[in-house]
Design a protein around this ligand. Structure first.
Ligand code: SF4
Length: 307
């Protein structure tokens, strides 16, 4: 029975059974969930379809979030792709747009797939779907990428809490970028070792990332971080496919990230007491947002001045 307490165990299993990471993950899921393979795959297809639906609606919407802090940037990126001064490739532009789209939909209270959390939900769909769309990858390969990314998140979650309040944004967007990088390598036919290396490279680059949401809302800086993390994951995946290896093994990267999370000051763990949340602009916004005017105050304001 597969038991992956560590990434080394996952790689050893793949080696001994001559299988891919996604195949090992499926065997693991069959053993632990009690579901058969068809049921697991049906569930994963449903998750992938929801990611597609979220991206599709998010890239066309100009609706603002309830706070007004975000909304419309995914569409801006899609529109900018056709401009002559756009110097990124369509694949990179879509990674940015899809990541923004997912977080903007989250901020509009629309349905998203937490991957591994709502705050980190943009990286995996951004990376996988942009590559699928621009490289005409078979959707079944995308599904394998999602499954491989999933087992990276599962093993990481056994070692550390995946929440900004427990370990900072490194545990949300950071881990999501590792899952996305791993998923891309699987999708492109990389070896199990390359899949894990990609995750290690991507996650170490976001180690120490603090959680500092303005007004405690999952909008600023969360939305733009998700717009960027898919591109970073793609860069890490490319490095791994080219043969670049992480000097620090993935198991130790996760241990280090967990330790950094413990060392992180509480003001930097979703309390909105540090980082961007404590900038002058953020404080002004927070004061207005948390003390909205009452209806009678608004009516009073609209009355003509008495002389
Ligand atoms: S800054 Fe905090 S709330 Fe925002 S995505 Fe990162 S962990 Fe989540």
């Amino acid at each position: 029975m597969p038991n992956f307490d560590s990434f080394q165990e996952l790689l050893t299993y793949c080696d001994q059974h001559a299988c891919s990471i996604s195949e090992a993950a499926l065997q693991y899921e069959e053993a632990y969930s009690g579901q058969d393979r068809d049921a697991i795959l049906a569930g994963m297809r449903q998750i992938l379809q929801q990611m597609r639906d979220t991206v599709a609606s998010g890239i066309t919407s100009q609706e603002k979030s309830m706070s007004g802090l975000c909304g419309g940037d995914a569409k801006r990126i899609m529109d900018f792709m056709a401009q002559p001064n756009c110097f990124l490739s369509p694949i990179e532009m879509k990674m940015i747009a899809y990541g923004l789209a997912t977080l903007e939909e989250n901020s509009r209270m629309k349905r998203i797939v937490a991957c591994p959390t709502a705050g980190g939900s943009g990286s995996v769909p951004a990376a996988l779907l942009a590559v699928e769309h621009e490289k005409q990858v078979n959707p079944e390969q995308t599904l394998k990428g999602l499954i491989a990314g999933g087992v990276i998140g599962e093993i990481t979650a056994r070692r550390m809490f995946l929440s900004g309040s427990a370990a900072g944004c490194q545990a949300e967007v950071g881990v999501a970028s590792g899952m996305a990088a791993a998923g891309l390598v699987e999708m492109m036919g990389g070896t199990p070792k390359q899949v894990v290396e990609a995750a290690a490279i991507s996650m170490q680059n976001l180690m120490g990332l603090v959680c500092d949401p303005v007004a405690g809302l999952v909008e600023v800086p969360c939305v733009v971080r998700n717009g960027l993390s898919g591109v970073q994951a793609a860069a890490a995946a490319t490095m791994a496919l080219a043969g670049v290896q992480s000097f620090i093994p993935m198991d130790e990267v996760v241990e280090a990230m967990a330790a950094v999370g413990k060392l992180m000051h509480p003001s930097l763990k979703e309390t909105a007491e540090g980082g961007l949340a404590q900038t002058k602009t953020a404080k002004i916004f927070t004061e207005r947002f948390k003390a909205p005017k009452t209806v009678s105050e608004i009516i009073d304001e609209q009355k003509p001045p008495s002389h």
